[in-house]
Design a binder for this molecule. Structure first.
Ligand code: KG4
Ligand code: ZN
Length: 350
C-alpha cells in the first residue's frame, strides 16, 4: 500500500556497466528499469570504462522514460531525485550525476547524491521492510567485497573490513576464464559447481590464519586463491591430464563462500548484531545463500538477501536510499555535488 504523502523518489545508478533507474514511493518499489552494457564488455573479459560511459549516455533518457511508464507516474510528480555519487568508474558516475542534476533543476526538486554501497544495503527495505538498526551488511560483487556495520543506513555506516586485493566477483570471473567459461563467470561457476565435489581440492582460505585474524579480522583476500587455482590447473594441463572443471569450480566456490560467511557471522557475533544482509551480484550464488543460511541459523542471526535483480546494480536501490533520506529528514545535496570515484563508505551522502 502506498499513500500519496509518502515521498516519490526517482533514483539513478551509473557507477559501473548498468544504467539503472528506479522509482520508489516511501518503501514501495514502483519501477526498476535497467539497461546493461555487459554484452559490449564480454569480449574484453572485463568492464571497459569508456564503453560503459558511452552506453550510459545512450541509455539514460530511454531508461528514465521506461521507469516512469512502468511506475505509471509523470516526471513532474517526482518529489526528489537521488543518484549514485560514488564510488565507481569516474566517467560512468558523471553521466548519472549530470542527468540527475538536469532533472533536479528542470523539475525544481532536491537532489540526493548517495553512496553506492549504502544503496546496496538500503534496497532491501522495498523487499523485506524496514532495516533493523543496526544491520550487518556483506556486499559482494565484481567491484566490492565489504563488511559493513550499519547503525543507520542514511547517515552512519562503518567499514569493518574489505578485500585487500580482488573483489569476490572478480575472483569468480578470473577463475571462470581460467576454466574456459564465459564472462561474467560467477553464474557459470555456480552451475558447473553443482556437478562437482566441493572437497575435491583443498584451496586456501585467505586471511583466516591466527596472525591474519589479528591484523585483518574482517578483511578478505582472493588473489592468493585465484593463483592457487591457476597453479593447480596448469599442473594438470602440464601432466596431460584433463582438468576436472566441475570439481575445480566447486572447490574454489567453497573456499570463497566459506571465508565470506565465516567472517560475516563472526562480525555479527562480535558486534552483537542479529541481522545480516547480503547484497551485490555474488549474493545470487546458490552455495553462498545456502551456507549463509546454515551458519546464520546456527548463530541465531536473521539473514536477509534481496532477490537477485535487486542484488546486482540497479536504480531501485538508489531510489530506496533516497526515499529513506527524505523520510528521515536528511539534508539534500548541493547542486554542484561532485561524482567521487573513491567515495569512502562512511560518507553516505555527497
Ligand atoms: O553487482 P554486480 O552485478 O556488478 C558489480 O560488479 O557491481 O556483480 C557482478 C558480479 C560478477 O563478478 C559476477 O560474476 C558475479 O557478480 N555473479 C556471481 C553470480 N552471479 C553473478 N558470482 C557467483 N555466483 C553467481 N551465481
Ligand atoms: Zn554494486
Amino acid at each position: 500500500m502506498t499513500t500519496e504523502h509518502e515521498p516519490l523518489v526517482l533514483g539513478i545508478e551509473t557507477s559501473c556497466d548498468e544504467t539503472g533507474v528506479g522509482i520508489v514511493r516511501g518503501q514501495t518499489l514502483l519501477a526498476d528499469t535497467v539497461a546493461s552494457s555487459v554484452d559490449e564488455h564480454a569480449r574484453f573479459g572485463g568492464v571497459v570504462p569508456e564503453v560503459a560511459s558511452r552506453a550510459h549516455l545512450e541509455a539514460m533518457v530511454p531508461t528514465i522514460e521506461r521507469a516512469c511508464a512502468q511506475a505509471g507516474v509523470r516526471l513532474q510528480e517526482v518529489d526528489a531525485v537521488a543518484v549514485t555519487a560514488g564510488p565507481g568508474l569516474a566517467g560512468a558516475l558523471l553521466v548519472g550525476v549530470a542527468a540527475a542534476k538536469a532533472l533536479a533543476v528542470g523539475l525544481g526538486r532536491p537532489i540526493y547524491g548517495v553512496n553506492h554501497l549504502a544503496a546496496h544495503v538500503a534496497v532491501d527495505v522495498v523487499e523485506h521492510g524496514p532495516l533493523p538498526e543496526p544491520t550487518m551488511g556483506l556486499l559482494v560483487s565484481g567491484g566490492h567485497s565489504n563488511l559493513l556495520l550499519v547503525p543507520d543506513v542514511t547517515c552512519d555506516i562503518r567499514s569493518l573490513g574489505a578485500t585487500i586485493d580482488d573483489a569476490a566477483g572478480e575472483a569468480f570471473d578470473k577463475v571462470a576464464r581460467l576454466l574456459g567459461l564465459p564472462f561474467p563467470g560467477g553464474p557459470h561457476i555456480d552451475r558447473a559447481a553443482r556437478e562437482g565435489n566441493q572437497v575435491a581440492i583443498d584451496f586456501p582460505r585467505g586471511l583466516t590464519s591466527g596472525r591474519d585474524m589479528d591484523r585483518h579480522r574482517f578483511d578478505y583476500s582472493f588473489s592468493g586463491l585465484k593463483t592457487a587455482v591457476a597453479r593447480w590447473v596448469k599442473a594438470r594441463e602440464d601432466s596431460g591430464e584433463p582438468v576436472p572443471v566441475a570439481d575445480v569450480a566447486a572447490s574454489f566456490q567453497e573456499a570463497v563462500v566459506d571465508v565470506l560467511t565465516r567472517k560475516a557471522v563472526l562480525a555479527c557475533r562480535e558486534h552483537g548484531v542479529d541481522d545480516l544482509l547480503i547484497g551485490g551480484g555474488v549474493a545470487a550464488n546458490s552455495r553462498l545463500r545456502a551456507m549463509a543460511q546454515e551458519r546464520c541459523d546456527a548463530a541465531g542471526v536473521r539473514l536477509r538477501v534481496p532477490r537477485p535483480g535487486l542484488c546486482t546494480d540497479n536504480g531501485a536501490m538508489v531510489a530506496a536510499l533516497g526515499a529513506e533520506m527524505v523520510q528521515k529528514g536528511r539534508e539534500a545535496s548541493r547542486l554542484d555535488l561532485p561524482a567521487d570515484s573513491s567515495q569512502p563508505v562512511w560518507q553516505v551522502s555527497a
